[in-house]
Design a protein around this ligand. Structure first.
Ligand code: CA
Length: 407
C-alpha cells in the first residue's frame, strides 16, 4: 500500500486499506452528501470528483450513496482506485486537501435509500439457543435450518441511522400464565447484533444470482442492530414469523465498507453438514465467510464479543437463496445476517441469549442488573476485520438509546 501525504495513524482503522463510504454534513456546509472516511477526516467525494473532472462525478454527487450503488462494480472499482490515487499522489494534495473535513465536525446520515429489507437467521449458535429458550420441548433447530438460510421480510421504512433514538414499542403480549393478552409497553426490549449487506447492481426478475455472483451485486457491508421486543414477538410470531416485535426500528451504522476492502477478511465458512443443495454450494475457492469481530456495549460496558466468522450461511448464499425463486433485487435493497452469536457465553449477540430468557441477568459495573433494556440505556455495536499487511478495517459503530414508551 503506498503512503499518503495525509497524516494517518499507522494503526488507524480508517487507513487507506479501508476507505468506507457514508453520507455526512457539517455545520454551515451544503447539506448531506457522499464522503469517504480516511484517518481522522471525511473526503467530500462529490466535490473532489467535480474539481478533478472525474467521469464518475455525477454518480457520487447526490445526497446519498444511491448513484454510486447503482453505477455497478466497474465504477465501484474505478472510484476506489481513484480515491486511493488522490490520497497518495503528492501532486494531488493541493487539489484534494480543501475537500477534507475533520470527522469530529460531521454528522452522519442514512447512507442509502433502503429498498426491500430482509433479515436472516444464520448463526447456528443463535438459532440453537433461541430454539432452546422458546421451544424447550422440541429440537432446537427446525428441520429446514441446515438446508436453507431462513429469513423474513422486515420493514424498510423504519430502518434508521445510528444515533436515532428508539422509543420503547407498545403492543400485545401474553405471558404463559396470563389468561388473556394485555396491551402496553414492551417489558422485554432487546438488541440483535448483526452484519448488513447492501445491494448495488440490481438483478433481473426471473434471473437467479448464483453464489459466485455476490460481488457483482453487493456493494458493501455495515452493522445492524435489529431491535426486538421479545414479549410482543413471542405472542405474535406463530405461524408467520416476526412482525411488530421487530418493525418499530432497525438501526444501521453510517459507514459502508466496500467488499473490495475485505479481501484479507475472507475465510472459509464452517463445514456444512448435510451438504446443501447445488445452488447453495460455495463457489470454488471463493469463500465468503468474513472474519469480523463484533463488540456489543451497554452504557459503555462490553457485554459480548460475537465472532462473525462462525456464521453457518454466508452473505453470498443468502443472496443466492433470496433470488432462487426469480425474485429480483434492486439498488438499495439491504439484508442482515441474523443475530451473530458464537459458541461461548460471552459471544452471544442478544440479551435473550446472554440472560437466558431473562433468568440470568447481566451485572453492569454501576451495580445494576439487566435482563432486558431499560429506558435511557444506550447500546453500541462496533466491529473490526483484518486488513492487508496486518492492518485493521474499522466499521465504526451503530448506536441507539432507549426512550420511554409513548402511551
Ligand atoms: Ca434479527
Amino acid at each position: 500500500m503506498p503512503e499518503s501525504w495525509l497524516d494517518i495513524a499507522p494503526d488507524s482503522p480508517f487507513g487507506l486499506h479501508n476507505l468506507p463510504y457514508g453520507v455526512f454534513s457539517e455545520p454551515g456546509g451544503p447539506g448531506p452528501r457522499a464522503g469517504v472516511a480516511v484517518g481522522a477526516h471525511v473526503l467530500d467525494l462529490g466535490a473532489a470528483a467535480r474539481a478533478a473532472g472525474s467521469p464518475f462525478a455525477d454518480a457520487v454527487s447526490g445526497p446519498s450513496l444511491d448513484g454510486l450503488l447503482a453505477a455497478g462494480r466497474p465504477v465501484w472499482e474505478q472510484v476506489r482506485a481513484t480515491v486511493l490515487r488522490w490520497l497518495t499522489d503528492p501532486a494531488r494534495e493541493e487539489d484534494v486537501r480543501p475537500h477534507l473535513i475533520g470527522r469530529d465536525r460531521v454528522r452522519m446520515h442514512m447512507p442509502f435509500t433502503v429498498g426491500d429489507y430482509v433479515d436472516f437467521y444464520s448463526s447456528e449458535h443463535h438459532a440453537t439457543n433461541v430454539g432452546r429458550i422458546f421451544r424447550p420441548d422440541s429440537a432446537p433447530l427446525t428441520p429446514n435450518w441446515k438446508h436453507l438460510p431462513i429469513g423474513y421480510h422486515g420493514r424498510a421504512g423504519t430502518v434508521v441511522p445510528s444515533g436515532s433514538p428508539v422509543v420503547r414499542p407498545c403492543g400485545q403480549r401474553k405471558g404463559p400464565d396470563d389468561p388473556e393478552p394485555v396491551f402496553g409497553p414492551s417489558r422485554r426490549l432487546d438488541i440483535e447484533a448483526e452484519v448488513g449487506f447492501v445491494v448495488g447492481a440490481p438483478s433481473r426478475r426471473g434471473a437467479r444470482v448464483p453464489v459466485g455472483g455476490f460481488a457483482d451485486h453487493v456493494f458493501g457491508v455495515f452493522l445492524v442492530n435489529d431491535w426486538s421486543a421479545r414479549d410482543l414477538q413471542a405472542w405474535e410470531y406463530v405461524p408467520l414469523g416476526p412482525f411488530l416485535g421487530k418493525s418499530f426500528a432497525t438501526s444501521v451504522s453510517p459507514w459502508v465498507v466496500p467488499l473490495q476492502a475485505l479481501e484479507a477478511a475472507r475465510v472459509e465458512p464452517p463445514e456444512r453438514d448435510p451438504e446443501p443443495l447445488e445452488y447453495l454450494r460455495d463457489a470454488k475457492d471463493e469463500p465468503w465467510g468474513l472474519d469480523l469481530a463484533l463488540e456489543v456495549r451497554i452504557n459503555g460496558h462490553v457485554v459480548s464479543r460475537p465472532p462473525f466468522a462462525k456464521m453457518y450461511w454466508t452473505a453470498a448464499q443468502q443472496l443466492a437463496h433470496m433470488t432462487v425463486n426469480g425474485a429480483s433485487v434492486r439498488t438499495g435493497d439491504m439484508y442482515a445476517s441474523g443475530t451473530v452469536s458464537g459458541p461461548e457465553r460471552g459471544q452471544r449477540g442478544c440479551l435473550l441469549e446472554l440472560t437466558w430468557g431473562g433468568k440470568e441477568p447481566l451485572k453492569l459495573p454501576d451495580g445494576s442488573e439487566r435482563a432486558f433494556l431499560e429506558d435511557g440505556d444506550t447500546v453500541a455495536i462496533s466491529a473490526t476485520a483484518p486488513g492487508p499487511d496486518g492492518t485493521v478495517i474499522g466499521f465504526g459503530e451503530v448506536t441507539g438509546s432507549i426512550r420511554p414508551a409513548e402511551e
